[in-house]
Design a protein around this ligand. Structure first.
Ligand code: DGY
Length: 425
């Protein structure tokens, strides 16, 4: 069987009827940015089902506009923290009380461009939901001019050492309700976050519940608040894609002006996460102002957002060249020269498919074809060697954490499809 056929099988096996789970066992629900990447893959063979992936995600949107990080359509005892731990949430379907990187508008724009038979009404409805979600980010999470995050899970990069500053500055709640982790029952504990980190993650959840998931209070009064290059650049890129869709849908000028304001604000905020000492974009604690101190796999997303100065972009490329000398498979999630780099532990080192995908798009759009090709080739080599894993050891190419993983299959399909189209042109 070809890898392309296997990739389609992975997506079919993870289909739960209108939405797709990331992988069985470890992640049994619908995750936000996972579904966005999944839609791209499904679009290569079933456009209606790809749109359904998007609309099913939007079904979970809260009255305040947030699209949550996980939608709990059932209560699976094999996952923790499930709906009971997040408590009463205001959305139409039980969910987490935080969001995830807003890659969806960028994906929807792409779907709308490749779907020549598209149903305009469906696109308009999706647009309105996306617009409300982006407004939510700007209204509920802006701090000192930049959209920041209240929880490492919201960044999608759970245990990246970038969050240590914010986590170390907070205390675990002394009255933290007891719990049993389930993640380590599905996969090797060496792949996953530490126990101390889990206590802090759940302390933030407990705080969110204590303010009835009032999102502005969670931002202003919560125990953790950091700016994140992933969230910042993904949102800035998605705002630009939202603007393009607003123009093509002939939305009122007031809507276009609002999006323009977000984009201008985003570009102005890019400097907030420029770590001068390191010469790289890094996360930053918004309580203390302290920067994290390593080059990660979202530092180079400045190209994807078309943001940052020539000097900042040049220094970013120099870091990439340095990192490439340390690993066999670009792009590791944490600096291989940092003391806390761990090649197999989740966001402390492994290569992540969706990050290679977005970074490669940015590099290619900004004229860095060789670097973009390396990110694509290295991920494809890792998949050919090991299969469709959640992430990969950047030194050996071995698969880590979840197997038969949806976004890895989807990105493979999307690239194969694009390469075929380029070949045919
Ligand atoms: C998990 O359960 O590990 C997730 O990353 C939380 O979103």
């Amino acid at each position: 069987m070809t890898l392309t056929q296997t990739a389609m099988d992975v997506l079919t096996q993870n289909d739960r009827g209108g939405f797709t789970i990331p992988t069985k066992g470890l992640y049994p629900y619908q995750w936000n940015w996972d579904s966005a990447f999944v839609a791209l893959g499904i679009a290569t063979y079933d456009m209606d089902r790809a749109w359904q992936e998007v609309t099913s995600l939007i079904e979970g949107q809260w009255p305040d506009g947030m699209i949550p990080s996980i939608i709990f359509r059932s209560d699976d005892p094999d996952y923790f923290p499930g709906p009971a731990r997040w408590g009463e949430t205001p959305g139409p379907i039980p969910s987490t009380g935080i969001s995830q990187p807003p890659v969806l508008a960028t994906v929807v724009r792409k779907l709308s461009e490749i779907d020549t038979q598209q149903d305009m009404l469906r696109l308009m409805r999706v647009f309105d939901a996306l617009y409300r979600w982006h407004a939510w980010w700007h209204d509920m999470r802006t701090v000192d001019g930049i959209v920041a995050t209240v929880h490492p899970w919201e960044t999608g990069r759970d245990n990246c050492p970038e969050w240590n500053i914010g986590l170390e500055a907070m205390q675990s709640a002394p009255d933290l309700a007891p719990y049993t982790r389930m993640d380590n029952k599905h996969v090797d504990a060496g792949f996953r976050p530490s126990q101390e980190q889990y206590d802090k993650y759940l302390t933030i959840v407990q705080f969110g519940q204590s303010v009835d998931w009032d999102q502005r209070r969670l931002t202003d009064e919560g125990p953790f608040l950091m700016a994140d290059p992933n969230l910042h650049f993904v949102l800035l890129r998605a705002d630009q894609d939202l603007r393009a869709m607003a123009i093509s849908l002939k939305k009122p000028q007031s809507v276009i002006d609002q999006i323009e304001t977000w984009i201008a604000k985003g570009h102005a905020a890019t400097n907030t996460i420029w770590n001068v000492q390191l010469g790289a974009f890094t996360s930053r604690d918004m309580h203390s102002g302290i920067f994290s101190n390593g080059f990660s796999n979202c530092s180079a997303l400045c190209f994807y957002a078309d943001s940052g100065t020539e000097d900042q972009r040049g220094k970013t490329l120099q870091h990439m060249a340095r990192v490439a000398r340390q690993v066999d498979y670009m792009l590791p999630s944490w600096d291989p020269e940092a003391p806390d780099f761990e090649a197999k532990r989740y966001w402390c080192g492994p290569l992540w498919p969706q990050m290679n995908y977005m970074t490669a798009i940015g590099l290619s759009e900004q004229g860095h074809a060789a670097e973009a090709a390396q990110l694509q080739d290295d991920l494809c080599r890792a998949i050919e060697k090991s299969g469709f894993w959640e992430c990969f050891d950047p030194i050996t190419g071995e698969g880590c954490v979840g197997a038969q993983f949806s976004w890895t299959a989807a990105i493979w399909l999307s690239w194969q499809h694009e390469n075929k189209l380029k070949g045919a042109a």
